[in-house]
Design a protein around this ligand. Structure first.
Ligand code: MG
Ligand code: MG
Length: 250
């Protein structure tokens, strides 16, 4: 069931989402060769606590981190660990925060040091596909309009699109209906209505579409072990069009 949010509820979801944006912005500054994803996780815990939020992923179905930190071939759900990042790596950081009972969710893939132009282009195209998807988050459109915008842009560049994981409704819970796939499938295709709040989150691979689950039962990796990118925003559908909630000034 899709839960429509009142303007007052959207204001509260915005507060949580702005905190996510602030935390991601601070983490981005901390990403440098030599830092580990466990150190980034500790920093995230401090930043979230300072803001009186709660890391929504910590303990969610048993997940051990405050953030998901997925390096290179890891697509999503990477568990923070002690291995130092190296120049040329990319790390996808996904952060969800509960603030006063409401949730925001966003992700960004961050270059470590200097990355090659092929990987930079993957990041650029994935970010562009997110914004093209957001442009379609209009009342009267359908979920598939978002999916098609993301998929079409990604496939123009011959990248892989992850199918088993997708975007979702968000706000009152961290994961709500509807699903927001990054491809056009045969699943539910509800019409977008004012008051819907969704997380749009393209997961795009340099190589093949297919992914595998590692034996830690969390980390999703590309089957060909080529690099993957992930960008996500929490977006409200307003009368005037999409409003990106997970943004901040810095
Ligand atoms: Mg997320
Ligand atoms: Mg999400």
């Amino acid at each position: 069931m899709i839960k429509l949010k009142s303007p007052e509820q959207i204001n509260r979801i915005r507060k949580a989402s702005v905190l996510v944006a602030e935390v991601l912005s601070e983490l981005q500054k901390a990403v440098t060769p030599g830092v580990s994803t466990l150190e980034l996780d500790s920093l995230a815990r401090e930043l979230i606590q300072e803001r009186n939020g709660r890391p929504a992923f910590l303990g969610y179905m048993g997940f051990p981190g405050a953030i998901c930190a997925s390096v290179n071939e890891a697509v999503i759900h990477g568990i923070p660990n002690k291995k130092p990042l190296s120049s040329g790596d990319v790390v996808s950081i996904d952060c969800g925060i509960e603030f006063e009972g409401y949730y925001g969710d966003a992700a960004v893939t961050i270059p470590v040091g200097t990355i090659n132009s092929q990987i930079q282009q993957l990041l650029d195209v994935t970010r562009q596909s997110l914004y093209l998807g957001i442009d379609q988050a209009l009342p009267g459109n359908r979920i598939n309009d978002i999916s098609q915008a993301v998929y079409g842009h990604v496939k123009q560049h011959n990248y892989g699109v992850v199918r088993p994981y997708c975007g979702h409704g968000v706000g009152i819970d961290i994961h709500e209906d509807p699903q927001v796939p990054n491809y056009v499938g045969r699943g539910p295709n509800p019409r977008l209505k004012v008051g819907m709040v969704i997380a749009i989150e393209p997961m795009v691979n340099l190589g093949v579409d297919e992914v595998d689950l590692l034996s830690d039962e969390w980390t999703v990796v590309t089957r060909d072990r080529q690099v993957s990118a992930h960008f996500e925003h929490t977006v409200a559908i307003r009368e005037t069009g999409p409003e990106i909630l997970s943004v901040c000034d810095n």
